[in-house]
Design a protein around this ligand. Structure first.
Ligand code: NDP
Length: 400
């Protein structure tokens, strides 16, 4: 049906690429283009004998718009799926504009020097994408991603208005290391060491990092400590879902992770301010990334499950209603299927589905949109089919 160019070849991309290859009726061709071409070639070597999807590979520096344009012009994909890092979002969007190619990503743009997690830079492209007649689908991972699709589905089928959303992201997996991050360490540590925040009555309320803690009993996992974090989808959901009074995001962390993180923070290792070391400028957080286990290596050793979903509270036919939509994913099952742990899996599967929605024309509107602005039904159907079945609970335990 079409061709997709996937930029990046890390943990998330590897899963998305496996899934595109399982879905070769839609993905007739893919090009894996990343900074380190050997990773792209290794994946091609593994997957090409198993699939009808024709795989090509290329080296690209996604910080360079001209290089991207040349590559897109030579391959002529229908969609570019950006699975590099958030720093590359705008250069890739610029290249998509120049070549009139649809764009999909899983994380909002971030400048290198601040960790803001906000959409303003990408929303500024709305008119340009509209005029070019192409679609940018923002945030097609799990959170953001499936959480937005769950919200759109709840709004469409279960509520007249949704007043409260709590997004709960639980990773009950154990990789056996005292400290490791299960996706890109730089992005992960920037996210969890930032101040927490949530939206109440249309305004952001800021908290100290990890200031708000709750305990929740997750189906498939058990009882876990979870902490309120800032998360990018709060910004778009508060605008796009009717009737929102408060929206919060919680993520589970174990005590060992938090103790290590505090210690690393206290000694300055999580800083993104460059320092001079033996005559060379280094960024402490980037150095830390280099000494931590590669998230891709956690796959074989991680056991346990993730449970990620949204608890909605609102009104239907004048009555109060509660509703919980979630997915449970098993680390070892993911590893057996695609050689990755569940965090990469739960992001890579929706990334493939997002690209499929655009490529097949199932989702079609020129402009820049967050995922909850599209019809959730075909996406939810695809989640069931492609490995992330969802469950619902009409009487969930609420978070106070
Ligand atoms: P990884 O670090 O594993 O992979 C990133 C890949 O991008 C690497 O292959 C890297 O190349 C490549 N890359 C980095 N910079 C460039 C560049 N300038 N040009 C070309 N390629 C580049 O990250 P993950 O796979 O864990 O994460 C990928 C994305 O997914 C991130 O944006 C992350 O924020 C997002 N994410 C979203 C989630 C969600 O639920 N929405 C959850 C988890 C992640 P090299 O191999 O050379 O390092």
């Amino acid at each position: 049906m079409g061709k997709c160019m996937i930029i990046g070849c890390g943990g998330v991309a590897s899963v998305a690429i496996h899934k595109c290859c399982q879905n070769s009726d839609v993905f007739e061709g893919i090009m894996i283009a990343s900074r380190t071409k050997s990773k792209c070639d290794a994946l091609k070597e593994k997957l090409q004998p198993t699939t009808k999807t024709v795989i090509e590979t290329a080296q690209v520096n996604a910080d360079n718009v001209d290089e991207l344009i040349a590559l897109i012009e030579s391959y002529k994909p229908d969609v570019v799926l950006n699975l590099a890092l958030p720093y590359q979002d705008l250069t890739i969007m610029d290249a998509c504009l120049a070549t009139k190619t649809h764009y999909v990503d899983t994380a909002n743009y971030e400048p290198l020097d601040t960790a803001k997690f906000e959409y303003k830079w990408q929303w500024a492209y709305r008119e340009k994408f509209e005029q070019a007649g192409i679609t940018a689908l923002l945030g097609s991972g799990f959170d953001p991603g499936v959480t937005g699709v769950f919200s759109a589905y709840a709004m469409k089928h279960q509520f007249d208005e949704i007043n409260y959303i709590d997004i709960l992201d639980c990773n009950g997996g154990d990789h056996g290391y005292p400290f490791a991050t299960n996706f890109n360490p730089e992005i992960n540590i920037r996210e969890v060491s930032a101040k927490g925040s949530y939206i109440e009555d249309g305004k952001w309320v800021e908290t100290e990092p990890m200031e708000i803690k709750r305990v929740y009993n997750f189906k498939g996992v058990g009882e876990k400590d979870m902490y309120l974090l800032h998360h990018e989808e709060l910004e778009s959901l508060a605008l796009n879902i009717k009737g929102i009074k408060r929206i919060r995001f919680f993520m589970t962390f174990g005590q060992s992770y938090l103790t290590h993180l505090k210690c690393l923070e206290n000694v300055g290792m999580t800083s993104i301010e460059p320092i001079m070391y033996e005559g060379k400028e280094i960024v402490p957080l980037q150095f830390l990334k280099a000494v931590l286990p590669d998230p891709a290596s956690l796959g074989p050793r991680t056991v346990g499950k993730t449970n990620i979903g949204c608890i909605f509270r609102g009104k239907k036919d004048g009555k109060d209603k509660n509703y919980y939509l979630y997915n449970i994913c098993d680390h070892q099952e993911c590893y057996r299927e695609v050689g990755s742990q569940a965090i990469s899996y739960t992001t890579g599967v929706p990334a493939m589905i997002g690209a499929m929605m655009i490529m097949t024309g199932t989702w079609k509107k020129p402009g820049v949109y967050n995922i909850e602005e599209f019809d959730p039904d075909p996406f939810l159907e695809a989640l069931n089919k492609w490995g992330l079945p969802w469950e619902e609970d009409f009487n969930p335990t609420l978070v106070d």
